[in-house]
Design a protein around this ligand. Structure first.
Ligand code: PEP
Ligand code: MN
Length: 266
């Protein structure tokens, strides 16, 4: 009988033993609200806090974000707690402003193919090499995503994290369908770290833990999780945001799960 040859496992790209959590409220609503989440994130030994300053709302009459005031609130909390800050930049005209206040710049799903924004972000961060978290659009393929990433990197910043946040399918039971396979596919095809945003595909907070376990098990390099001190009064995405207590429990579980893979949560 001839010997069965097993194909070698391909190089799955850049991996570290750390899984970063980008936690924080959907929208920065006040200094008190953001401080409360920052205190929680810090107490859990995490390193990043997220929050929306400019919000890409489907309806123009919905809360649009506090803009520069939110950036100031984020910077103050980041300095106070020694946390890195991440926020979305929606408009090319705001890139420098946002880069001046925060550590990481997020490209939202709705700007997936806003190529002039991608270029501008790349230019503005070329010197600083600030992290750019580039979210997948809800109708974008992985090939389109990887191709468009070059708009950022060609301008001189390769510090890009690709964030899967769910795509549109025929399924309506969840807000978006989380494409968990994006993690190994991108690891195979590139060196970029992959983040899984577990809040926006879930749409409901009780689904968030399961998606987070799946993200860690799939090999995600980072997770995005929305946390609000009082979700029922949140100005955006209330139903999917975790309370600080729920978040603390989840982080404990994720630490145990990450340890199975020889990784730690930061
Ligand atoms: C967000 O992270 O707050 C957000 C608006 O996400 P997305 O662009 O994925 O909808
Ligand atoms: Mn949100």
């Amino acid at each position: 009988m001839s010997e069965v040859k097993i194909a070698p496992i391909p190089d799955l790209g850049q991996r570290t033993d750390e899984i970063t959590i980008y936690a924080g409220p959907c929208s920065v609503e006040s200094a008190e609200q953001f401080d409360e989440v920052a205190a929680c994130v810090k107490a859990l030994g995490l390193s990043w806090i997220r929050g929306g300053a400019f919000k890409p709302r489907t309806n123009p009459h919905s809360f649009q974000g506090l803009g520069e005031e939110a950036l100031r609130i984020m910077k103050d909390a980041g300095d106070k707690y020694g946390l890195k800050t991440l926020t979305e930049v929606m408009d090319s005209a705001h890139c420098q402003l946002v880069a001046d206040y925060v550590d990481g710049l997020q490209v939202g799903a709705r700007n997936f193919q806003n190529f002039s924004l991608l270029k501008k972000i790349g230019q503005v961060t070329a010197e600083s090499q600030q992290m750019v978290l580039y979210k997948r659009g809800f109708a974008g393929t992985i090939a389109e995503w990887l191709a468009a990433t070059d708009y950022i990197t060609d301008c001189g910043n390769g510090n890009v994290v690709l964030c899967e946040r769910g795509i549109r399918t025929f399924e309506t039971a969840t807000r978006f369908t989380l494409d968990i396979a994006a993690v190994p596919v991108i690891h195979k095809q590139s060196l970029y770290p992959v983040c899984i945003d577990v809040s926006h595909p879930a749409g409901q907070r009780d689904l968030v833990p399961s998606l987070a376990y799946a993200a860690v098990a799939a090999g995600a390099d980072s997770l995005m999780i929305e946390v609000h001190p009082n979700p029922p009064v949140a100005k955006s995405d209330g139903p999917q945001q975790l309370t600080p207590a729920q978040f603390e429990k989840l982080v404990g579980e994720l630490r145990d799960l990450a340890a199975v893979f020889g990784k730690k949560i930061v």
